[in-house]
Design a protein around this ligand. Structure first.
Ligand code: SF4
Ligand code: MG
Length: 322
């Protein structure tokens, strides 16, 4: 399979400020040396708690945020150094779906205006053609042509996310970065939106990066899953391998809190000790303050992400390093 997106050593450091004077106190490593590939037609799930850097990673790929360092190669083009003008063109091929469809849809605009906007930005179609495309895409996402005249508040949460998805599809993109697209929806609606996204992927040959804070949500939609913890990618594997045999203690802990109906999948609960760390420890493995297996090595040395078996990489000293 062809690699569509290749991210190498991506970093985003923010200046850390504290105190009334806003004095600079070092840096927050929001994303710290993250590398991965996404193949054409696949879904890569990226999972982690809030603040782990998953959204920041997505926003850097879109260049909504400038990377501190690193390379983002999309379809043969290095995005990290593109001019704003060329990046605007590239965004025709990379679109985003956001967590809160209500916040991301202009309440004063009709659905027609909302869906037409990306076409106008990219100079696609005549006015009549654009109207036709809006109606076509409303139907593709399970709504109807007559919905074009309505406003966002006239729709349910699930319908609004369908509009958000339609907007992302208007420019016929190759890659969609979906940042927690179902997190704000009722559980009963989540499955409908996930099923729609899966069908669209097949019909329109889309590639997805699917960001979530819950491993359960991405289980069925992802071909591969990456787990992030405090700015680092700590495990990356084929979905099957990750859910059957999670290697990183953090992934094991995340999975132990996922309710799994099949009792044969019941696994020993790994208790995460300590609180959610709000800053990365100065040295060593970022998880060492919460890890039940931490040793002195873990406190001193940062483990690198290493492929320990085919298609399964982990950053943890328990597994040694090549
Ligand atoms: Fe735990 Fe050490 Fe592995 Fe980090 S490197 S996850 S502290 S065992
Ligand atoms: Mg987020």
């Amino acid at each position: 399979s062809n690699v569509l997106l290749k991210v190498d050593n991506l970093k985003k450091y923010f200046p850390k400020r504290s105190g009334a004077v806003g004095k600079k106190h070092g840096e927050v490593k929001a994303v710290d040396d993250v590398s991965f590939e996404v193949n054409e037609g696949e879904t890569l799930g990226i999972v982690g708690e809030s603040g782990c850097g998953k959204s920041t990673t997505g926003r850097m790929i879109m260049r909504l945020l400038e990377p501190t360092e690193g390379s983002i190669k999309f379809d043969g083009i290095e995005l990290s150094t593109l001019s704003n003008k060329d990046m605007r063109k590239a965004r025709r091929d990379i679109q985003m779906v956001f967590q809160d469809p209500y916040a991301s849809l202009n309440p004063r605009h009709t659905v027609k205006k909302i869906l037409e906007e990306p076409l106008i930005v990219h100079g696609i179609g005549s006015s009549a053609e654009r109207k036709e495309m809006v109606e076509e895409y409303l139907e593709i996402v399970g709504l109807s042509a007559y919905h074009a005249r309505r406003f966002p508040h006239q729709f349910s949460g699930g319908q609004r996310q369908r509009i958000g998805i339609a907007r992302a599809l208007m420019t016929n993109p190759k890659l969609i970065i979906a940042d927690e697209p179902v997190s704000a929806l009722d559980v009963s609606i989540q499955a409908q939106v996930l099923n729609l996204m899966q069908k669209l992927q097949e019909d329109l040959k889309l590639t997805y990066i699917f960001i979530a804070h819950d491993l359960g949500v991405v289980r069925h939609i992802s071909d591969r899953v990456g787990v992030m913890y405090l700015g680092r990618l700590v495990e990356l594997a084929d979905s099957e391998s990750l859910y059957a045999e999670p290697l990183h203690p953090y992934t094991q802990a995340l999975l132990s809190s996922v309710p799994v109906p099949d009792p044969t999948y019941e696994r020993e609960k790994v208790i995460i000790t300590g609180d959610v760390a709000n800053s990365v420890p100065d040295a060593g493995c970022a998880f060492h303050t919460r890890c039940p297996y931490a040793t002195i090595t873990c406190k001193m040395n940062v483990p690198n992400l290493v492929e320990v078996k085919k298609g399964h990489s982990v950053a943890c000293h328990l597994y040694g390093e090549a």
